[in-house]
Write a protein that binds this ligand. Sequence first.
Ligand SMILES: Cc1cc2nc3c(=O)[nH]c(=O)nc-3n(C[C@H](O)[C@H](O)[C@H](O)COP(=O)(O)O)c2cc1C
Length: 459
Amino acid sequence: MSANVEPAIVSVSCTDSGKQVVAHAERSWAFFKSMGSPKYHVAPMVDQSELPFRLLCRDNGASCAYSPMMHARLFAQDPKYRADIWSTCKADRPLLAQFCANDPNYLVQAAKLIQHECDMIDINFGCPQRIAKRGFYGAFLMDDLELIEQLIIELTKGVSIPVSCKIRIFPELEKTLAYARMVERAGCSLLAVHGRTRDQKDNSGTRADWNAIKAVKQALSIPVLANGNIRNLQDANECMAYTGCDGVLSAESLLVDPALFSPSRIIPGNEYNAVSGVGLLRDYLGYAIQYPVAMRMVKGHVHKLIGPWLSEHHDLRDKVNCGGLSLQGLIDEVVKVLDVRIKESGRTYPVPKLSERALKRLEKEAAIKAAIEEQKREEEAVAALDEKVDSVTPGTNCDSCDCSLSQKDSKPINDTTEDTSREGGQQSESAEVGNDCGQIKKGKETFEVNESEQGQPPR
Ligand SMILES: Cc1cc2nc3c(=O)[nH]c(=O)nc-3n(C[C@H](O)[C@H](O)[C@H](O)COP(=O)(O)O)c2cc1C
């Protein structure tokens, strides 16, 4: 694809079906094809879609990858930040380098530093996190569409490779379509649509809206990628078939199974199970030795890939968490040991064990729950008896219990001379249903004091 993609604001037409056709559409498609028309994309992930992880995913079916989001101003100004966050190699292509920005000058400066090392420069218009709100970037730029347009136009003019964008949807479809069309007109050559709104931060709790993604795909003439709810290869293919999109991105599920795009995953006997993570972690660590990255990134992957096993093998979890192990140490003292233990167990699933602290916490929670239930039970029993007591005419037998006391035999309500065997007002059922109707009332009064203390552990 030629270097600069002209902003197509002046050269837009519309087909009968409502599709917007921009002047750079043909070039965008030619470029997409030159990258191999990639379908299966490693989504951008802060601290998690770094070089060793991208290489691992590429070995296992991913056809393209995004870098983690990089802060354009910091990237342009701080060589230390740059060295920490950016690395690539020959095998790491096609590659989309993603920035967040709200100043076109910094965005262009940052992008120019690496435009020779990647295939596209991507702008993140999708980050919904608080940090993005504070810094006014990502999805918060949806409040300033003119700035979004400006960023795309300036970047398209300023770099020698095509520009891609990743967006979220608005709650209203028409607004989403107008937004996507604007992004395309401004010069975007490849658009990834995350089918959730800015407020839908909980990826696992909210289904992505594939209908909105489909509508965006139908409205644009550049390649469009779908993002959200891609948990396996079947989801990926179904999503492309349903939305008509040209590829998909996966994030959270890919962290757990970096081989989810691999065709071998749908061969019977080779499906993902908890053991899969062990071999994948060994390969990941091999890449991390070759291409060093920050230890926080490595640890993130260790927990995603073998986390369930670590909750069974606490000694191995402690080794990972103590931070003293080198990458080779992680292979030798964690991965290899775990491998042997899994084989010896004959299981393909972990049996998590609770830590001492977790056990104590659970015991305490159970005691509180039992105390609350006991109090409720007492209240119901007393209330039931109370009703019956009220219906007993003085001088007649009490039919609420087996007693045959008349009112004159009963004790005064406030008589506390009996039943001192229990402390803190914790009356037993036997005390409440004793053959003295007056004591029942006393029991209720005592209980009402206790009720206000619900949620307190038993004393
Ligand atoms: C750990 C993590 C880090 C992420 N970091 C980024 C990021 O740097 N840039 C971005 O555009 N989206 C980021 N996302 C969002 C994902 O790219 C993706 O849009 C979102 O998780 C939905 O995809 P999924 O349903 O496959 O998880 C991140 C997601 C996760 C789980």
